[in-house]
Design a protein around this ligand. Structure first.
Ligand SMILES: *Cc1c(COP(=O)(O)O)cnc(C)c1O
Length: 394
């Protein structure tokens, strides 16, 4: 048989050459607890403050705000809850449509559904893996109608309220262009920054462009609280409202329980916030390790036919949360063979998510032409990306 230019074993060997050679199976992403985690969590247990009261929640919120450069951060139980509240604060109402990428984790679309609104799927661009602002602009020119109250979908008659870009695997979307599109069509911008803590667009941290933005601290994210998330905003009033609505909307009082709206019990427990404080202290070190790992991957794949390592867009500094190997278009049919052989070799790799419009729950939602997202779905392979893999070694 004639040997083709595409050599799966060579690619598997290349991945292996970057990873520690201790024969163990290498997971896709695991947390690293190398700092004050034990100390801070123990303090919660020693003092009894494990739940809804305690100093670590306030501390964690301050540190997150400081790090990301927003005026206010509100810690919540998970990233999905953060997104849900972000959309509500952005004014998303039942019956609205919200533009979300087809290439995303299901939480982005689910949060829209929780609001009684309908996700409307948009295409990605190859440069960022996130929403393509030029294509979106062209699409809205044809599809949207601007009325005095706002932007409407000509076909469905529903109001299009907001756009939720997602910074895919930590790589920022082209925010300036997207902000422009939002302005032109009167749409609210809500960033799903769940994957992009530590990622910057033109020198400013992601999560600063939207009216409100969401972070996640799930176990597989760059920093974890076990489970957790945060709402970010530069609007003090919205920040206060976010805190209020995620803590059952209780009116502060010495003993009385009065709630002035239907709130949510979305607050992050103190014990999780303690873990988060310890993790945040190590974020700069995590980022350095991840960048080193990405550089190693980039180097080994540079000479290999049929694949390329995805690197940050020129306007961004990415956290390289989950590393991406892109198959050349003509070899996309080999994706599952490569996944199979890599996983058989103990290297956890996986494809991108099934695109939202292909899930039966979202199959009837409005969507634009999605050829780039579909193409990327066939070509993306996520590589092991734990921070410890980027440690220095000889
Ligand atoms: C992780 C993630 C979320 C939120 O996830 P939680 O597990 O609820 O914290 C939302 N959107 C994207 C794109 C994510 O990757």
């Amino acid at each position: 048989m004639k040997k083709s230019g595409f050599d799966i074993q060579r690619i598997v060997q290349a991945i292996k050459s970057v990873l520690p050679a201790d024969g163990e199976s290498i997971s896709l992403h695991e947390p690293l607890f190398a700092g004050n985690e034990w100390l801070y969590v123990k303090e919660c247990l020693d003092t009894g403050w494990v739940s809804s009261v305690g100093k670590f929640v306030d501390l964690f919120e301050e540190r997150i705000a400081e790090y990301t450069g927003v005026k206010r951060a509100v810690a919540v139980v998970n990233g999905t809850a953060a997104l849900h509240i972000c959309l509500k604060l952005a004014g998303v109402m039942p019956g609205d449509e919200v533009l979300v990428p087809a290439l995303t984790f299901v939480a982005t679309a689910n949060a829209v559904t929780y609001c009684g609104a309908v996700p409307h799927f948009v295409d990605s661009e190859e440069k960022t893996l996130g929403i393509d602002p030029y294509k979106l602009d062209k699409y809205l020119q044809e599809t949207a109608e601007i009325r005095t109250e706002g932007c409407y979908n000509r076909q469905t008659g529903r109001r299009i309220r907001a756009v939720v870009p997602m910074h895919t695997f930590g790589h920022p979307v082209d925010l300036d262009r997207l902000v422009e599109v939002c302005r032109r069509y009167g749409l609210e911008l809500v960033e799903d920054a769940a994957e992009s803590l530590g990622s910057y667009y033109k020198g400013r941290h992601t999560g600063n462009w939207g009216k409100v933005s969401a972070l996640s601290f799930n176990g597989n994210k760059i920093v974890t609280t076990g489970g957790g998330g945060a709402i970010l905003t530069n609007d003090e009033r919205l920040g206060r409202l976010a805190k209020h609505i995620t803590t059952t909307a209780r009116v502060p009082h010495g003993w009385a329980f009065y709630h002035d709206m239907v709130g949510y019990n979305y607050r992050l427990p103190n014990i999780n916030a303690a873990l988060g404080c310890a993790q945040l202290e190590q974020l700069p070190a995590f980022l350095e390790k991840k960048r080193r790992l990405a550089e190693r991957y980039n180097k080994v794949f540079s000479g290999i036919e049929g694949v390329s390592f995805f690197t940050e867009p020129e306007f961004a500094r990415s956290n390289y949360w989950l590393n991406v190997l892109l198959l050349d278009d003509k070899y996309s049919g080999e994706r599952d063979n490569l996944l199979e052989q890599a996983n058989a070799a103990g290297i956890r790799t996986r494809p991108a998510w099934v695109l939202m419009h292909k899930l039966h729950i979202y199959r009837d939602c409005p969507k634009m032409e999605l050829s780039t997202a579909e193409n990327l779905e066939r070509r993306i392979i996520n590589l092991p990306s734990s921070a410890f893999l980027g440690e220095e070694y000889e």
